[in-house]
Design a protein around this ligand. Structure first.
Ligand code: PLP
Length: 285
């Protein structure tokens, strides 16, 4: 496998980063996860925009959108990939020990692209199990969840809880007891024929899949309520699903002890999302 490191493609064994990189020492950096279908990255511009926003929120100088896009496509093509998982990481770079970002003259830029491993079809047919985590989502005023940062311990602590309970994913509440998001996904549920999802103000990452699903729902006459919800609203829902770039629209069969059927709205939104993917694949690069 070839990795894009800073300014060139190198064999995986040569793609090494210094132990003095502040991404390693302090989690000082940002990233994006993308998915390529038929060699084309879905929603590439949005992902690059969000990467630039994350960079600006931590005062990190990321490469230009054109540079990032070219690096991504070179990495995909050099590895002979069609259906690919793509991760772009920008860390503060190598510098002396100490928190000051000025210690790092150059950011470290990495693109990894590997063959996309499809999720089992059973997950989409039957749904997956989620649990409510005790771990709260980071307070937006402490570490804004809109920064897609290399600091993932908040999410990892919740993921450990999911694993302990044999669940696929955990949902976190915010500090005010309102639903926030999963460890790597946004949560949706249906109540009284309205599609509900925690608003960005609840302290979540404004997922790119979330944004598209909301707009597809609205275009197709499904009312959407982005708001603040207590967990009881989720327990009382008729359908639940989550979204992210790799899973797309993933049905949820259970949250804690409450079970849900994979409902018609979930299936419809999944189909509409897939149609968007197919449509994008037909557009010229
Ligand atoms: N929320 C968190 C915490 C995430 O890490 C992710 C994706 O990694 C998402 C939501 C979903 O975002 P997207 O749809 O842009 O993949």
């Amino acid at each position: 496998m070839k990795i894009f490191l800073n300014d060139s493609l190198v064999p995986e064994q040569d793609a090494v980063v210094s132990v003095f990189d502040h991404g390693f020492l302090y989690g000082d950096g940002i990233y994006e996860t993308m998915r390529a279908y038929d060699g084309r990255v879905f929603m590439l511009e949005r992902h690059i925009q969000r990467l630039q926003r994350s960079a600006s929120l931590i005062q990190l100088r990321a490469p230009s959108p054109e540079y990032i896009s070219a690096a991504i496509y070179r990495t995909i093509q050099e590895n002979g990939l069609n259906s690919a998982y793509v991760r772009v990481t920008v860390s503060r770079g190598r510098g002396a020990i100490g928190l000051d970002p000025a210690l790092c003259p150059e950011p470290t830029f990495v693109v990894i692209a590997e063959d996309f491993k499809e999720y089992p079809d059973k997950y989409y047919r039957e749904g997956v199990k989620l649990v409510l985590a005790k771990t709260r989502r980071n307070l937006a005023g402490a570490l804004d969840p809109r920064i897609k940062s290399l600091n993932f311990l908040n999410n990892i602590l919740a993921k450990l809880e999911a694993k302990e309970q044999g669940a696929y994913e955990a949902i976190m509440l915010n500090a005010e007891d309102f639903l926030a998001e999963g460890t790597i996904c946004n949560i949706f549920f249906l109540r009284d024929n309205t599609l509900c999802t925690p608003s960005v103000e609840a302290g979540v990452l404004d997922g790119i899949t979330r944004e598209l699903v909301i707009s597809l729902a609205k275009q197709n006459g499904i009312p959407v309520n982005e708001g603040k919800f207590k967990v009881e609203a989720l327990y009382g829902a008729s359908e639940v699903f989550f979204t992210n770039t790799t899973s797309e629209v993933m049905p949820v069969s259970q949250v804690d002890t409450v079970r849900y059927a994979v409902g018609d709205i979930t299936k419809k939104l999944r189909e509409l999302y897939r149609a968007e993917v197919r449509q994008a694949a037909m557009t010229d690069l």
